[in-house]
Write a protein that binds this ligand. Structure first.
Ligand SMILES: Cc1cc2nc3c(=O)[nH]c(=O)nc-3n(C[C@H](O)[C@H](O)[C@H](O)COP(=O)(O)OP(=O)(O)OC[C@H]3O[C@@H](n4cnc5c(N)ncnc54)[C@H](O)[C@@H]3O)c2cc1C
Length: 408
């Protein structure tokens, strides 16, 4: 690909900068990660204030036509190619603006509804995502169905023009704040497991939903268990067809992997940490930092590749698994390298630690966000093995077997 802007792209980049400069300040040359979201556990009030700032910034973008750049114009977007959105994201990344709780809504639910939704669903849901008024959560994983998502057992029974849902979801990020959920249910146990699943758009204020927070090792509780007890969902909230949820599911998962894979590297900060600890000349540390630099560059170029494909109208495919896997490797390495640079001081936490525990939280404990969330590293390797390298498929003894006959 060509890394330089075309004349049209250069004009667009200037317009992006003009908007951003009018509304936000540039990030300082050296970001103080010790003050960032990833370093410190915040109080409930601080979390709420941050959430408001995120929504205000999203609203400001929407009001001036900078939200949903690739989304259709009739739902509040701009109908542009993803190349232009990528340039805006690059420029926005240089500014000190709050990046909010929109990964599940704008990053995942939106593209899925655009691809599979009815006209009424697009009209109802898309614009409030872009304005930041309504956030979403992803009700996919269950206690017995994570990697093997098609093994999900939350039940759905049709009752007139409603579907009655019973079951439990788990690891549901940001469920407590979400207005809606992407909910997967087992609607036909007579069919094999990848069929007989229905994708529902769930109003999270529906009676029968019980959300219970789960505390993480970082001290935060973004995760939740969600219990669904006789929850009634109107049939008009089915996304796609009843029993044919697997197509929309793949759209959501591919967008999720692309989003997780696209996070920014911080190699310079790790190098600075080595200088602070007086080990920048240590040959082993230098070798580790060189490895980190290499994997960070790989992630960046893979990101360009995914975006270039998208700008040519090719939707993200298995390369999003490669990107996500490379990003997991980057986070794993940055966690291990920075902990080894800090030595015994790496065991400190919170205000006692270097940069208020940023490296401990973001890179060391946080690596599991990418290594497990959105599909584990092992599952990404399976996808790459089968769909990219053409290796033989994993044995699937339950293939074609009616779901009700698969042993629990
Ligand atoms: C930060 C974070 C956020 C999340 N947010 C959400 C959310 O908002 N909504 C939601 O629905 N879920 C969410 N999840 C859940 C996540 O999708 C699951 O944890 C993940 O899919 C793994 O499922 P599991 O935990 O059941 O592990 P399991 O599937 O039980 O896997 C256990 C181990 O076995 C390995 N394994 C399983 N199958 C295979 C195989 N076929 N080949 C090789 N190895 C295999 C796995 O790699 C793993 O090491 C989140 C998870 C994290 C970490």
């Amino acid at each position: 690909m060509d890394f330089d802007d075309s004349p049209e792209e250069a004009v667009w980049r200037d317009r992006c900068r003009a908007f951003l400069e009018a509304h936000a300040a540039l990030k300082p040359e050296r970001v103080d990660w010790g003050e960032s979201y990833w370093a410190k556990a915040r109080t409930v009030e601080e979390e709420a204030a941050y959430d408001l700032r995120c929504r205000a910034w999203q609203r400001a973008k929407f009001d001036e036509g900078w939200a949903g750049l690739t989304w259709p114009e009739e739902y509040g977007g701009r109908g542009l190619s993803s190349h232009f959105a990528a340039i805006f994201a690059e420029e926005e990344g240089r500014f000190d603006v709050p990046q909010g709780p929109f990964a599940q809504s704008i990053g995942m639910a939106g593209p899925t509804i655009i691809a599979h939704g009815t006209e009424a669903q697009k009209k109802r849901y898309l614009t409030p995502m872009l304005t930041g008024e309504e956030t979403w959560c992803q009700l996919f994983s269950e206690p017995g169905a994570g990697s093997d998502l098609a093994g999900l057992r939350t039940s759905a029974v049709l009752d007139g023009d409603e579907i009655i849902v019973n079951g439990q979801k788990v690891w549901t990020s940001n469920a407590a704040e979400a207005a809606h959920g992407m909910l997967l249910v087992r609607s036909d146990v007579e069919q094999p497991k990848h069929r007989g699943i229905t994708y529902l758009l769930l109003d999270m204020s529906t009676p029968g939903i019980d959300i219970r927070p789960l505390r993480q090792p970082t001290g935060r509780a973004e995760f939740n268990e969600v219990f669904l007890d006789d929850v009634r969902v109107p049939v008009e909230n089915v996304l796609g067809e009843i029993n044919a949820g697997w197509g929309p599911i793949l759209t959501t998962l591919t967008n999720e992997r692309t989003g997780i894979g696209g996070q920014s590297p911080m190699v310079d900060d790790a190098i600075e940490l080595a200088r602070t600890f007086g080990v920048a000349a240590d040959p082993v540390v230098r070798q580790d930092l060189a490895r980190l630099h290499t994997i960070a560059a790989t992630v960046r170029f893979l990101g360009y590749r995914v975006r270039t494909a998208a700008s040519r109208g090719v939707p993200p495919g298995p390369e999003s698994s490669v990107l996500k896997l490379a990003n997991s490797r980057r986070l794993e390495l940055s966690g291990n390298v920075t902990m080894s640079i800090m030595g015994a001081r790496g065991t400190l936490y919170g205000d006692d630690a270097e940069m208020s525990g940023f490296w401990q939280n973001y890179a060391f404990l946080g690596q599991w966000m990418s290594r497990i969330g959105g599909g584990t590293d092992e599952v990404q390797r399976n996808i790459i093995g089968e769909n990219v390298l053409g290796l033989p498929q994993e044995p699937r003894p339950d293939k074609g077997v009616p779901f009700k006959d698969i042993p629990v």
